[in-house]
Design a protein around this ligand. Structure first.
Ligand code: EPS
Length: 389
């Protein structure tokens, strides 16, 4: 499967084209809208989210609620565009001055502004920031919702939670089931399983906001039900953990990724890192622990996939940092653009989407996948084979 997204943050709409989805999959706009609504929530979001009510229109690839195997086009309108028609319209502006009105010449440290302007020869960095904006993640969540639909058909389930915001860490993370994790985090304004830590995270966000600042954090995605042996050790570009790592770091403002015990492996003995292998007649092979986070040798072990990503604080600050105006070369405080003070809870939903996409893509690539029933049967055959091994 593959997909592309298009769209500027304050342009008319976001568009995604998704190709390679098996035929016969039940898919409605409602399925996708649920995740779009989840992404819009979260303590620390700015005023933009009060303007938008993200809903998707499916304009191809689906007929009477079932996928056709033809490209699926997804459209999300930007409600804010009505305030930006003169500035972000695709036609030549009627009033030339309007275009200049929101011209950006002061690059924000930490954003794509300066590098993007140098690369594409833009003297107005709005041409960069409109596309590098995290608004694009709405399209990726829509695409991820399609992937999740495929996974759900195969009894594979995805959830996420926020484990850290601005130095406040979730201590209590012992969920008994993915369902419990989903239900509890859905009630939390910061998507944190630990209510006490969640309350402290909200205070940390308030503090950052009061100071015109922003804060980042860590999100964790868990995927259960993935068959063993997905991905491959035979070549670098077939390692599924590597693809997932790339997908996580591709989310706006994400700077790092780890699986299972991750970076803690650096200061542990091997005997405390590797997961001992067990076998039973009923289950076949399994592991006593899951420190590897579901991957060995670039392939799934059949244990839950556990992957975390770290998001830096959003670079758009009301208390701006020093920068240089690209026209005058004078020292300035960087441009103030309206922004969120913390988007980590929303980013957890984005992380779910990109991880779901990579897993569904690998499954569709590795199994017979023209029709969803054929895919289901092939995945089931593979699971049985692993149990009998
Ligand atoms: C963003 C800046 C803000 C955020 C935006 C990402 O938008 P605006 O410039 O309109 O205030 O709200 O996020 C979204 C629009 C979204 O849908 O998540 C940025 O600069 O990255």
């Amino acid at each position: 499967m593959r997909y592309l997204t298009a769209g500027e943050s304050h342009g008319p709409q976001l568009t995604a084209i998704v190709e390679g989805v098996p035929s016969g999959l039940s898919l409605t706009a409602d399925n996708i809208n649920q995740d779009l609504a989840r992404r819009q929530k979260g303590y620390g979001r700015g005023r933009r989210m009060q303007i938008e009510k993200d809903t998707v229109e499916i304009t191809s690839g689906v007929r009477h609620g079932k996928t056709l195997a033809s490209p699926i086009a997804l459209i999300i309108k930007n409600d804010d565009f009505k305030h930006w028609t003169g500035i972000m319209g695709t036609e030549e502006p009627v009033d030339g001055n309007q275009e200049i009105k929101r011209k950006v010449t002061k690059p924000r440290p930490g954003h794509a502004d300066l590098n993007g302007a140098i690369k594409y020869h833009h003297r107005d960095m709005r041409n960069v920031l409109e596309r590098s904006s995290a608004r694009e993640t709405a399209a990726r969540v829509a695409v991820g919702a399609v992937a999740k639909k495929i996974l759900a058909e195969l009894d594979i389930h995805v959830a996420s939670h926020v484990t850290e915001i601005g130095g406040v860490t979730a201590e209590q993370t012992n969920y008994t089931s993915l369902k419990e994790l989903q239900e509890k985090t859905e009630q939390s304004p910061v998507r944190c399983f630990d209510e006490v830590a969640g309350a402290k995270m909200m205070k940390a966000i308030d503090y950052a906001k009061e100071n015109g600042d922003s804060i980042g954090g860590i999100v964790e995605v868990i995927v259960e039900g993935v068959p063993a042996g997905l991905g491959s050790y035979v070549h670098y570009d077939r390692k599924l953990d590597a693809k997932i790592a790339a997908a996580i770091v591709s989310i706006n403002a994400f700077k790092g990724v780890e699986f299972g015990i991750g970076f803690d492996a650096a200061h542990e003995f091997g005997s405390n890192v590797h997961d001992e292998i067990t076998w039973s007649e009923k289950q076949g092979f399994s592991r006593k622990s899951n420190r590897a986070g579901g991957f060995e040798g670039g392939m799934t072990t059949g244990m839950p996939i556990v992957v975390r990503g770290v998001m830096k604080p959003i670079p758009t600050l009301y208390k701006p940092l020093e920068s240089i105006d690209i026209e005058t070369k004078e020292l300035y405080k960087a441009s103030i653009e309206r922004s969120d003070s913390c988007a980590v809870p929303a980013a957890a939903v984005v992380a779910e989407a990109v991880v779901a996409w990579e897993i569904a893509s690998s499954i569709v690539e590795e199994f017979h996948s023209d029709h969803i029933e054929a895919l289901r049967a092939d995945v089931e055959r593979c699971r049985q084979q692993a149990r009998d091994f």
